[in-house]
Design a protein around this ligand. Sequence first.
Ligand SMILES: Cc1cc2nc3c(=O)[nH]c(=O)nc-3n(C[C@H](O)[C@H](O)[C@H](O)COP(=O)(O)OP(=O)(O)OC[C@H]3O[C@@H](n4cnc5c(N)ncnc54)[C@H](O)[C@@H]3O)c2cc1C
Length: 253
Amino acid sequence: MRNWLQQHAPRDLNIPPDGRPLNNETQERVKEFRRLLGAQGWLAPTWPKEYGGGGFSPAFAEVLQEEIQQLILPSMGDNSRWIPAMMVWGTEEQKQRYVLPALRGETITWQAFNEPRSGSDLASISTSAVLEGDEYVVSGEKAFITGRFDPDYLWTLAVTDPDRPSRMNLGILMVDATLPGISIVTKRMLAGSERTIVLDSVRVPKDSLVGLPTQGWEIAQTILEEERGGYAFRSNEDATIESIRQFLQQERQ
Ligand SMILES: Cc1cc2nc3c(=O)[nH]c(=O)nc-3n(C[C@H](O)[C@H](O)[C@H](O)COP(=O)(O)OP(=O)(O)OC[C@H]3O[C@@H](n4cnc5c(N)ncnc54)[C@H](O)[C@@H]3O)c2cc1C
């Protein structure tokens, strides 16, 4: 493993320390390495082979991670947050279309949920997706989106039915980032930079919708549960639960 990585990993990369997007040359060199890793299942070592993973043991994945951490590389994980949700809610055909190339290192996907006027209260987003024949026409703006690499897909939350109550009016679309009407602006900030995406009447094929047309909130929770309430917060929550347990025990006594 170490020999292989020494042989194939790119060296002397230009990696800005503050998280801003990589320049084109660096992106291409890292993407090539991702494809090589993905081709042998090393990008997602423990995932099933039929979805582009390696089918390896957790022990193998741990050793691989240790070895990769020895290399000087940018984060290669822009791509993974949406995958567990797609595995739960996507059709088999969608898993083959989106998950397989992602785990093989062939595509990059951004999570395009947040908007300029919608943050913590994510259900207040206003990007709309209106069904016209076999296409959704998507319009709106997404802001503060992270992406060191340019995207192939945008995992997008949008209002699919404005007449329904909040949270029950949203859908999730996997939008091809190269479609006409999409423009991406990089905003340089004090710490790193973030991207703004403008979607101007983008015509998205209907089969890019994941789950039911108004199931978006439920699907988003599959990710947000882990991202915003899961492992990152676990130790705090464990401590809170323990203190509540102690409090209740004392009260009872
Ligand atoms: C570095 C970075 C990367 C990001 N990358 C992505 C990405 O890739 N994709 C994406 O979709 N989004 C991304 N985001 C956006 C992120 O999801 C939002 O920043 C986040 O949801 C918070 O929204 P906000 O910044 O508008 O803060 P606000 O919602 O304005 O919150 C500001 C403050 O008010 C508090 N607050 C808000 N509502 C309440 C309330 N009801 N009661 C009490 N307190 C409240 C919050 O806790 C916080 O302290 C990124 C943000 C950052 C900073």
